[in-house]
Design a protein around this ligand. Structure first.
Ligand SMILES: [Zn+2]
Ligand SMILES: [Zn+2]
Length: 102
């Protein structure tokens, strides 16, 4: 999986922990490369309990690795918006604005 922000590919694993960071953005699991981690506009989802962005997203749930809180992800796939699977959230949001559904 490439960096969600700049598209960089993860290089071969080096010894020790990977410098790449996992996060959740708009309820999708993403990877952030070391360069992009230095930016402050990553727009990651954060835990509603403790504010940490160390989240993992799995089937229908978002779990905080900092405090362990689990919440249900909004099941966008079942929302009946008519958007085909795979349409990006940005495009979907733009469509909603155009159609006055925001
Ligand atoms: Zn990046
Ligand atoms: Zn938390």
């Amino acid at each position: 999986m490439p960096c969600y922000r700049c598209g960089a590919r993860q290089t071969d694993p080096v010894k020790g922990a990977s410098p790449w960071k996992r996060g959740v953005r708009r309820e999708s699991q993403v990877l952030i490369c070391p360069d992009c981690q230095r930016l402050h506009d990553l727009d990651l989802d954060s835990c509603r309990t403790c504010g940490s962005t160390a989240l993992i997203c799995r089937l229908g749930e978002v779990e905080c690795r900092a405090c362990g809180a689990v919440r249900m992800a909004r099941a966008r796939a079942f929302a009946g918006s008519g958007a085909p699977p795979g349409l990006s959230a940005e495009v979907e949001a733009a469509l909603n604005r155009v159609l006055g559904r925001a």
